[in-house]
Design a protein around this ligand. Structure first.
Ligand code: IFM
Length: 445
């Protein structure tokens, strides 16, 4: 790997913190969603999650044992601004202040993400990401947070996976706020991107040595056969899933082929994309210092399927060979190819793999240890895929395993375990898995 390469782990606020009513925190769209019957498997909520809010010192100690140099986590917007804007809740900000000091004392660099899907409910009540006003509220949040923490934190990630926030939340209806409307999803996507572009200079204004980026989920794909129809379907899927975000962030605007298809399919609704105002695309293209890439899998695409159909992927109780328990095919070589493509097409100065990992449910065996060798193989092969890209000249500067802890996998509740550390969801007890030891040795090496 390159000099200064950062080995890390990642989490997000709603998935681990719990303590959703503590110390003045406001309600988020995920509190509302998970507490609505029928939305989440087994009715799981983030009310307690991994209780990280109370156990953060134990979790920092685990990271210290692991030997990571970086920790990617997210800052709960409603802890800091319970109503999304306006009055600052100092106890909420104090929590992140303590966490950051604890990380720095342990020699771990904080990599905070500002938005990992937990929009304050008060903003959702005013239209959420469908409303342009939420852009201004996000910039206010970024300003408050970086003013307080920017003296100790230089690396900032504006958004996590805006595709998921926009499309899984507003089109598929599977994530909060649970809408199923193309126009809403496309409008939300634009406002998420715009808020990224507006936040970048705001962060730089508060943090003179700031390194700012965005974490984009990528979903590489390939035509299922060599039929031209499949190639065309795959090109559109790639536009829907990847280029709709990568292109504007890197100054290319929205991809014209995808715009044309959306117009033809009536996706924008009767008024067209009227939410895009003059100057927006320049704002979204604010120069960034790195791009974060979240990678899990790649997919074959066939003609005839709607672009939203993730080609039959269903989380399974048991992983079949070649798949994780999310039902995701294990495809490490597609990561090498995708990294080479990002380098070639967008030329970011630096790339961080801000998430990569696998869901396997292995728990304690008779001797009390957890033999999650499938996760070890997954991580080993994906790290090798990154090394291959680095050898080909791609500037990858860090790798963050998703996730430190087994946590709340959104609408799949507690059914998926991505952690290097097993969590007993009844008691909160933590138990490092074999993959934890493997990753520690890999980092040492
Ligand atoms: O758990 C999620 C995370 O919040 C965002 N990226 C994908 C992970 C696994 O699905």
């Amino acid at each position: 790997m390159r000099d200064g390469f950062t080995w890390g782990v990642a989490t997000s606020a709603y998935q681990i913190e719990g303590a959703t009513r503590a110390d003045g925190r406001g309600e988020t769209i995920w509190d509302r969603f998970t507490n609505t019957p029928g939305r989440v498997i087994d009715g799981a909520t983030g009310d307690v999650a991994c209780d990280h809010y109370n156990r953060w010192e134990e979790d920092v100690a685990l990271m210290s044992d692991l030997g990571v140099a970086g920790y990617r986590f997210s800052i709960g917007w409603a802890r800091v601004l319970p109503d999304g804007r306006g009055t600052v809740n100092q106890p909420g900000l104090d929590f992140y202040d303590r966490l950051i000091d604890g990380l720095l004392e342990a020699g771990i660099t904080p990599y905070p993400t500002l938005y990992h899907w937990d929009l304050p409910q008060a903003l959702e009540d005013e239209g959420g990401w469908r409303s342009r006003d939420t852009v201004g509220a996000f910039v206010e949040f970024a300003d408050v947070v970086t003013r307080r923490l920017g003296d100790r934190v230089s690396t900032w990630i504006t958004h996590n996976e805006p595709w998921v926030a926009a499309f899984v939340g507003h089109l598929e209806g599977v994530h909060a706020p649970g809408l199923t409307d193309w126009g809403a999803a496309l409008t939300a996507a634009h406002h998420l991107l715009l808020s990224h572009g507006e936040a970048v200079p705001a962060i730089r204004g508060n943090v003179p040595d700031a390194s700012v980026g965005i974490a984009l989920d990528c979903r590489p794909s390939f035509p299922a056969t060599d039929r031209p129809e499949d190639a065309a379907a795959q090109r559109h899927f790639d536009g829907f899933r990847n280029r709709w975000f990568f292109d504007p962030v890197f100054g290319r605007g929205y991809p014209a082929d995808v715009v044309d298809t959306y117009v033809a399919r009536g996706r924008f609704g009767p008024d067209g994309p009227g939410y895009v105002l003059p100057g927006d695309m320049d704002t979204i293209a604010a120069p960034i210092d790195f791009v974060g890439i979240n990678y899990y899998t790649s997919l074959p695409i066939s003609a005839g399927a709607d672009e939203t159909e993730d080609t039959g992927i269903e989380p399974g109780a048991e992983a079949t060979p070649g798949y994780t328990e999310m039902g995701w095919p294990i495809t490490p070589s597609a990561l090498t190819t995708f990294l080479e493509r990002v380098h070639r097409d967008y030329d970011p100065g630096s790339i961080l793999i801000t998430e990569n990992g696998a869901s396997f449910s292995d728990g304690p065996g008779p001797d009390g240890t957890i033999d999650d060798r499938r996760r070890i193989e997954y991580l080993r092969d994906h790290i090798a895929a990154i090394e291959a890209a680095v050898d080909a000249g791609v500037p990858v500067d860090g790798y963050f395993v998703w996730s430190l802890l087994d946590n709340l996998e959104w609408s799949l509740g507690l059914t998926q375990r991505f952690g290097l550390v097993w969590v007993d969801h009844a008691t909160g007890r933590r138990l490092p898995k074999a993959s934890f030891d493997w990753y520690r040795k890999r980092i040492e090496r």
